[in-house]
Write a protein that binds this ligand. Structure first.
Ligand code: MSP
Length: 505
């Protein structure tokens, strides 16, 4: 069977109990970068993001604000959508769990699980943390409080339906061990296999009696589907699973679910187990990036270190915000963000790097050759093998979900271009050797052209502006190998002057 050309990528659906912060922006931007890269590889991409709108956590916040839960989630979801628009997120779909299409799929899925005898009823008594939206054990508490939310858990005693998780664990383990469902990076795979080996993972409750804000269990309306079980299903409900499932047939199983490590257990163990129980295929890959702190501390309102992504966009613009967030630490590892480093880095890499390279190349071509690209040199001044190596590293970066590695290759090329200009001093050649001058400018313009394509997944607006300035066009059907082939810039192409891509600040 020919390999499917589709590529289905998802972000977590975010809780809307507050405004979006840079953690949400980080995951969504990184998934967008991968989605855009895959589109450049001519993959038929379906990129999904969205919001997790049910559950006790959202309901409690709505009550605090004196709003009806639907009005509350509408208001906050709009903030996520606005932010993603401002960040040029190219999602093909945005799922909200309060949508009718989600409810329909959830009902079909839950009925399927019931029919396959995956549930049993039991009386449950335990501790529930609404911050985590999960049951926690006495052992996990620190001074009687949930260690993550510093909140006293609620004591719950109610009738629940339980999912026979234990029955499916051997199969989940086999999927991971055989690489049929990849869990990346490797450290996370080990963590999950360790959990499967050592932690006694127990059957878990898939419904709640006392929570009303949610979707009713189809065969027992006294129960609401547990918010996590419902939320995970967004990945199939967005594809119309169970009622309008053309997209489901094309795109499922997902190529990759992207998230941070905080929710990997839900995705790498519970989700595939539920899918197996319903007779559906598990996702192909779960990728968990790291968790970041801000100025050394966990982001929190009380510490006052929460960074509003909208403020970053106001200061630096959308592309630069994308760049600054992704370039702080390796994707997949934990890291620390220091907001006061952003300005320095913006000026060095973007204003002084990419923008400077384009503008000096363009203005010299304008000044010395009235904007026309000159003959190609026989032997290049740019180190073409260095360019080729950087491109193959860039590709490898994407293949391994190391998008920061791909990003570094671009900066490497930018530095190389600026160095060549410094070494060749075109302004001196202009007085002595215009042929040699034309060669230098050809090479640096060509390097700019290649950079414009490589930066497209990361900084789509800058990429487009570079291409307009360089007189080149890009259409999605153009094969990647061809567009990044060295020497494609046509002799005689007219460049046009443009405002700096990134103004020094
Ligand atoms: N609603 C659930 C997810 C359901 S998916 C079926 C949820 N929502 S959340 O709003 O808490 O989002 C968690 C996700 O936000 C993390 O997995 C990560 O993608 C992102 N991040 C939130 N804070 C972050 C950091 N400090 N660092 C990195 N990513 C962060 O969990």
């Amino acid at each position: 069977m020919p390999e499917k050309n589709t590529f289905y990528i998802t972000t977590p659906i975010y809780y809307v109990n507050g405004a979006p912060h840079i953690g949400h922006a980080y995951t969504t931007i990184s998934s967008d970068v991968v989605a855009r890269f895959m589109r450049m590889q001519q993959r038929d991409v379906y990129f999904l993001t969205g919001t997790d709108e049910h559950g006790a956590k959202n309901a409690e916040k709505a009550e605090e604000e004196g709003l009806d839960p639907q009005a509350f989630v509408d208001k906050n979801t709009a903030q996520f959508q606005m932010l993603f628009d401002r960040l040029s997120i190219s999602n093909d779909d945005f799922i909200r769990t309060t949508e009718e299409r989600h409810k329909k799929s959830v009902e079909v899925f839950m009925t399927k699980l019931q029919e396959s005898d995956a549930f049993y009823e039991d009386e449950y008594e335990g501790l529930y943390c609404t911050g985590c939206e999960k049951f926690i054990t006495q052992k996990e508490l620190v001074d009687g409080l949930c260690p993550d939310h510093k909140k006293k858990p609620e004591v719950i005693k109610e009738k629940n339906y339980f999912f026979k998780l234990r029955e499916y664990l051997p199969k989940v383990k086999e999927l991971i061990a055989r690489g049929e469902m990849k869990v990346e990076p490797e450290s996370r795979r080990k963590e999950i296999l360790g959990l499967l080996d050592h932690e006694v993972l127990d059957d878990f409750s898939i419904s709640r009696e006392s929570v009303k804000w949610g979707i009713k269990v189809p065969y027992d309306h006294s129960q609401t589907v547990y918010v996590w079980v419902e939320a995970l299903q967004n990945y199939i409900s967005a594809l119309g699973y169970g009622h309008n499932d053309e997209k489901f047939q094309s795109y499922w199983p997902a190529d990759v679910h992207v998230m941070a490590k905080d929710i990997i257990k839900f995705h790498a163990i519970f989700w595939p187990a539920l899918l197996l129980a319903a007779g559906l295929q598990p996702p192909k890959k779960i990728f968990a990036h790291g968790f970041f702190t801000v100025n050394g501390d966990k982001m929190s309102k009380s510490i006052g270190n929460v960074i509003d992504p909208n403020e970053l966009i106001d200061t630096f613009g959308s592309d630069a915000t994308r760049y600054l967030l992704l370039s702080q630490f390796p994707f997949g590892q934990d890291g620390d963000i220091k907001a006061d480093k952003f300005l320095e880095q913006y000026n060095a890499d973007l204003a002084g790097g990419i923008s400077n390279l384009l503008h000096r190349s363009i203005s010299m071509t304008d000044k010395y050759f009235k904007g026309a690209v000159q003959e190609k040199p026989e032997t290049h001044l740019i180190d073409v093998s260095l360019v080729k190596d950087a491109i193959s590293e860039y590709r490898e970066g994407f293949e391994n979900m190391q998008i920061d590695h791909a990003l570094k290759q671009i900066m490497h090329l930018v530095r190389h271009g600026n160095e060549i200009i410094e070494q060749q001093k075109p302004w001196e050649l202009a007085k002595t050797d215009t042929v040699a001058l034309g060669y230098v400018l050809y090479d640096v313009l060509e390097l700019n052209r290649i950079i414009s394509f490589l930066i497209y997944p990361f900084m789509p607006e800058a990429a487009e502006r570079m291409q307009i300035a360089l007189g080149v066009t890009y259409e999605e059907h153009m094969p990647f190998d061809e567009i990044i082939e060295w020497g494609t810039l046509g002799v005689g192409t007219m460049i046009s002057k443009t405002e700096p891509l990134f103004m020094r600040k």
